[in-house]
Design a protein around this ligand. Structure first.
Ligand code: ATP
Ligand code: MG
Length: 455
């Protein structure tokens, strides 16, 4: 209200009145970031580039995170040196090229990603000439590998808070898009025209949601509003790239909040089955919510998390439904489970992003589940020795917490693992299997082991 009033009286908001006048440089006295907050490797890379006569800055997420008082995951460097020039300066470095070429410089355990200033924005004359920046019919940039000035580099970044450049030598921040102001106001604002920028790269729709959840920032209305309508453009993004971004989101430590926000923005369709199928079924949502919460806690506690485990949880509800349906058709439990796993994974291959390399681990985690029912004889010992026992057990705990199985089973296994030899032996349940004639051995040892107790 007040903002609108000021707008009418002055023709623009006070904030909007300053950009032209504001110098791009913010001194340390204002932003408070000292060079000691950088990693030694990042400092070294920048120092050497600058000594060789190049411009070099810490850029992107690291500056933003430092401003917010958080420890950056990694430090990225932007420079006007070409990848070959960077490569020539650092012995332990290599040029890597995925979507665009950059250089990885190694010192000790650390890797610093050094990228050369990129030029160009879609809609430029270069596009019309079908140059390096060809776009598809929806405006999606197909290549983005032209070098440019620092100003151009800033303009092609996504959000204002991601276009801050920190120079450790002078301890100043170079900020030409008012990212500093937006960081203070905790707002994500797209640089340029949001709709064009989302069309250039629809993954930015996922990024805005992920970063808002991670930073606890508000999404500026103009930046948020085109998302619902443009969401279908995500279908045109190559799977590998969507998958990378989804993994970042799921392993961000804020997966639960991100997933809810994705849903609120209408971005959940066609991304992962977890989002459009599972979240719409209360039983599935409960399990996924628990799984995401658990992952978030682990990430925040700096514990390792396995993407395969997470995907196994995300797909479990579908496996379970298929498994039950097959059993109702008269198929025995274990063959039904194996068939359900195949069916679900096969269905995913067409629409889903999860690469096949995760299949084997997911299948192992799932197929271990019925084995936890056996708590007599030698089987619990064999299961305990299984290389994937820990993952299988963690999965079991989630199922128990979600109300799918008796929590007593998970508690039993918790105690069995922790117990000494005598305690374990005393915990074993009596054999319930009635004597019966020997049947020919099953083909798969895993399937035989997983067989449920005979009634
Ligand atoms: P995080 O803390 O999760 O790593 P980040 O902002 O650093 O967040 P990165 O994927 O590491 O994310 O990207 C580094 C920088 O590259 C961003 O800060 C942004 O300036 C730029 N960037 C990354 N992806 C895009 C994109 N799709 N479009 C425009 N700029 C991008
Ligand atoms: Mg980053």
């Amino acid at each position: 209200m007040i903002g609108k009033f000021i707008n009418r009286v002055f023709g623009k908001t006070p904030a909007a009145a300053s950009p032209a006048a504001a110098p791009c440089l913010i001194p340390r006295a204002d932003h408070g970031i000292g060079r000691e907050l950088l990693s030694p490797c990042a400092l070294k890379v920048i120092r050497e580039l600058q000594q060789a006569g190049f411009k070099a800055f810490i850029v992107g997420g690291a500056v933003r995170d430092l401003l917010m008082g958080a420890r950056p995951k990694d430090f990225d460097v932007a420079t006007d040196a070409t990848p070959e020039e960077v490569r020539a300066l650092f012995r332990r470095s290599r040029i890597i090229g995925r979507r665009f070429t950059l250089v990885h410089v190694l010192c000790g355990q650390e890797t610093i990603e050094v990228s050369t200033f990129r030029g160009h924005r879609a809609g430029s004359e270069d596009d019309a000439q079908g140059g390096e920046h060809r776009a598809d019919e929806n405006g999606r940039l197909l290549r983005d590998n032209v070098f440019g000035s620092q100003e151009e580099d800033a303009a092609r970044r996504d959000f204002t808070v991601n276009a801050l450049y920190y120079d450790p030598a002078s301890e100043t921040i170079w900020d030409c898009h008012e990212g500093y102001r937006d960081a203070r106001a905790r707002v994500l604002r797209m640089i340029g025209e949001p709709e064009i920028r989302y069309r250039e790269d629809p993954v930015r729709m996922l990024r805005v949601v992920r970063l808002a959840a991670k930073l606890d920032f508000r999404i500026e209305e103009k930046t948020r509003s085109p998302v619902a309508e443009l969401a279908p453009l995500l279908r045109n993004v190559p799977n590998a790239r969507l998958f990378d971004e989804m993994v970042k989101l799921l392993l961000s430590g804020h997966a639960l909040r991100s997933v809810h926000q994705l849903r609120a923005e209408g971005l959940h369709h066609g991304l992962l089955p977890l989002l459009d199928v599972i979240l719409e079924q209360p039983e599935g949502e409960r399990f996924v919510t628990l799984a995401l919460k658990n992952t978030d806690e682990r990430v925040r506690a700096d514990k390792p998390v396995s993407p395969a485990f997470l995907f196994a949880t995300l797909l479990w509800h579908q496996v379970l439904l298929t498994w039950r349906a097959l059993e109702r058709q008269g198929i025995k439990p274990i063959p039904a489970l194996f068939e359900a796993m195949e069916t679900v994974l096969h269905a995913q291959q067409e629409q889903l992003l999860i690469p096949r390399r995760f299949d084997a681990i997911m299948k192992e985690i799932w197929s271990l589940q019925p084995r936890f029912d056996h708590r007599s004889g030698a089987r619990p010992y064999r299961l305990l020795a299984h290389p994937r026992f820990r993952a299988g057990f963690d999965f079991l705990v989630l199922r128990a917490q979600g109300g799918e199985i008796d929590p007593g089973i998970a508690a039993w296994w918790e105690q069995f693992q922790a117990g000494g030899e005598a305690e374990r032996a005393s915990m074993l349940l009596p054999e319930t299997r009635p004597k019966r004639r020997r049947r020919p051995r099953r083909k798969s040892a895993a399937a035989a082991d997983a067989a449920p107790p005979q009634l």
